[in-house]
Design a protein around this ligand. Structure first.
Ligand code: HEC
Ligand code: HEC
Ligand code: HEC
Ligand code: HEC
Ligand code: HEC
Length: 490
């Protein structure tokens, strides 16, 4: 009897062991603990404090804050949900992983649409103005607290803020409360809303939870703009995201060069970044919809984005000699004015690279690398400053639901630089060479952009809405270029 029960228990523990192994093989335990009581919209980490006070559409705020509305309306925050490139990728994500992942995406691209449960899938039809308005006034100004220290990684990620548009008043009616940076005046809110002052609206902490994009399950930081900034000289000098992205071009250059904050009167709701392609597409759409003012605002943001890119970096060219003869060209790329790595955010998608051409006195090409072909393809030898994503199988991957690590990460730290060396020999008889180096930028590889735009949900019609009948070769911006003559011998 005793013997039998021992056998049984042995068998049971063997079975338990097999089960444990099998379980570990199919679904390894996550290294991170997730508090699903707190994070009800997981994989988005938004916390919603619900009351009778609902979300207000930006057009209502515009009634009393017209300037801010106009500035914001030309920004990518206003396009964050309707963006066709986003909708294309969202569509692919939902097909690959299922509907649950869309909460993660929408938690940053349309937070109101997630917490109200309004958005049921990719596409725009049937959605309210508030949901379609993306990152609108009533997102940022309803953020009442931050949960950055309570996330699975204990760092800001995937929308780790508390959103509270207002509360139930004593009479049972909704009271709207808007959070902002200033000490409220007595008239604050004009009878429409109450005002609360926060510490974080003038700090990077406000932007952090959306500008740190983590893998929805493995919590790998795919986009890490906030962390890059946090470890930079800018953070040490109290220069925050707002000081470069909520001001015009001249003010931003001054901030980066002098490491001093803008003046109070300089702040604008531009949120201007680098994505000139999307400003251009947005402007085409506004034109098609007959809104000339909006089209002009978006083109002004386009110009600002190009200018921003052209102020971000500087180049140096140095010859390297061995045994008296020219052996290498060293090109140094310096991140002068980006408050984070250059490029940042979608570093595995954005492309920034060097095109270098060396010619002898007769104009014969001695070295050429980094050219873009007529079909938009970038030559294989181009030196890119980006990252390559990889999935759990260590294979190259592009989609954010697959990427759990980077196999390569070559972006340039703030105020830092990277050197690229090109081996070169001057042809016999030539005394000097002319070297031309260009730092170039575009939003994505041609093929990736084509794949995303082809994946847009059915209710977005690129021809009807954007006037795009074919996907053109992506425009490239020359951020900076430099020419230098170098001697063939030393
Ligand atoms: C991405 C977040 C974000 C969005 C979206 C946003 N704001 Fe702001 N807003 C801020 C930040 C940050 C500040 C503080 C900047 C500063 O120091 O002036 C601010 C400041 C303000 C202020 C007070 C400062 C002043 O100069 O009066 C008002 C009013 C305001 N925003 C209204 C709006 C309105 C209206 C909209 C929509 C049209 C909007 N905001 C959209 C982040 C945002
Ligand atoms: C933590 C917030 C956050 C989450 C979660 C998030 N995004 Fe984003 N997304 C951003 C930010 C910020 C940018 C802008 C980065 C830039 O322009 O460099 C962006 C940009 C993009 C772009 C590029 C848009 C363009 O026009 O170039 C695509 C596509 C995109 N996201 C898709 C997704 C999808 C699909 C998901 C879900 C699987 C997702 N995002 C989840 C914050 C987020
Ligand atoms: C009926 C007019 C009215 C409407 C509508 C309105 N506001 Fe205001 N708001 C005001 C006034 C007045 C102030 C105080 C301005 C001042 O002191 O310069 C103010 C101040 C603010 C501030 C500054 C708070 C601070 O102290 O930093 C924010 C943020 C703000 N509003 C956001 C919003 C948002 C978001 C909306 C839409 C949901 C909105 N407002 C709608 C009248 C309005
Ligand atoms: C010292 C000025 C400065 C500060 C501070 C700064 N930025 Fe930037 N930012 C830039 C410049 C310049 C660019 C254009 C070059 C580039 O793409 O990196 C840029 C680009 C961006 C882009 C677009 C990236 C792309 O290539 O699509 C995003 C998103 C962004 N910044 C967000 C932030 C956030 C969030 C913070 C704060 C955590 C911040 N920035 C702080 C100057 C700054
Ligand atoms: C609720 C989430 C959220 C918050 C908060 C937020 N952003 Fe963004 N931001 C986004 C998303 C999503 C995009 C990308 C939209 C797209 O490309 O489709 C974006 C785009 C941008 C861009 C344009 C990037 C480009 O490539 O041109 C800049 C600049 C930017 N944000 C700066 C800021 C700053 C500064 C703050 C804080 C004051 C901030 N954001 C707060 C979600 C957010």
């Amino acid at each position: 009897m005793a013997r039998k029960s021992r056998l049984v228990s042995l068998a049971a523990s063997a079975l338990a062991l097999v089960c444990a192994v099998a379980y570990a093989g199919s679904a390894p335990a996550s290294p991170f603990k997730v508090d699903k009581e707190l994070f009800k919209f997981y994989p988005s980490l938004i916390v919603y404090e619900k009351s009778k006070a609902g979300f207000t559409e930006p057009e209502t705020c515009a009634g009393c804050h017209e300037d801010k509305y106009k500035e914001w309306n030309g920004s990518l925050h206003s396009m964050a949900f309707v963006d066709p490139v986003y909708q294309g990728e969202l569509n692919k994500a939902v097909k690959a992983v299922g509907h649950d992942i869309s909460r993660q995406c929408e938690g940053c691209h349309s937070p109101a649409g997630v917490v109200t449960g309004e958005i049921k899938g990719p596409g725009l039809s049937g959605l309210s103005a508030v949901a379609k308005a993306g990152v609108s006034c009533d997102i940022c100004h309803s953020i009442s607290a931050l949960n950055h220290d309570k996330t699975p990684t204990k760092e800001p990620e995937n929308g780790s803020f508390v959103i509270k548009p207002g509360e139930d008043g004593k009479d049972g009616n909704a009271v709207l409360i808007k959070h902002g940076p200033l000490k409220p005046s007595d008239e604050c809110g004009g009878g429409f809303h109450e005002c609360r002052q926060t510490e974080f609206h003038q700090k990077a902490d406000l932007c952090a939870s959306c500008h740190q994009v983590y893998h929805y399950d493995k919590h790998f930081p795919i986009e890490a703009t906030y962390n890059e900034w946090k470890h930079s000289p800018y953070a040490q000098k109290d220069i925050h995201c707002q000081d470069c992205h909520m001001v015009g071009s001249d003010a931003f250059v001054k901030v980066a060069d002098t490491m001093t904050k803008p003046e109070r009167k300089d702040y604008r709701h531009y949120f201007n970044g680098a994505n000139y392609l999307l400003y251009y597409l947005g402007s085409q759409a506004a034109q098609k919809a007959g809104d000339k003012d909006q089209a002009a605002r978006l083109m002004a943001q386009y110009d600002m984005a190009v200018k921003r890119l052209q102020k971000a970096a500087e180049l140096e060219i140095e010859p390297v000699y061995r045994k008296g003869a020219l052996a290498e060209i060293r090109v140094r790329v310096k991140n002068m004015r980006a408050g984070h790595n250059l490029p940042t955010s979608l570093t595995n998608i954005r492309q920034m690279w060097l095109e270098v051409v060396a010619k002898d006195e007769k104009g014969e090409v001695v070295l050429a690398t980094g050219a873009v072909g007529p079909d938009g393809s970038l030559s294989d030898d181009a030196r890119l400053f980006n990252s390559d994503g990889m999935g759990p199988d260590a294979h190259f991957a592009v989609d954010p639901w697959i990427i759990t690590a980077f196999s390569k990460h070559e972006t340039i730290p703030p105020k830092g630089y990277r050197d690229v060396h090109y081996g070169i020999t001057a042809p016999k008889g030539s005394a000097k060479l002319t070297i031309e180096a260009k730092l170039r930028y575009r939003q994505a590889d041609q093929k990736i952009a084509e794949a995303l735009l082809k994946a847009v949900p059915k209710d977005i019609d690129l021809a009807r809405d954007y006037g795009l009948t074919a996907i053109p070769v992506l425009p490239v911006v020359d951020m900076v270029s430099l020419k230098r003559e170098v001697s063939a011998v030393k």
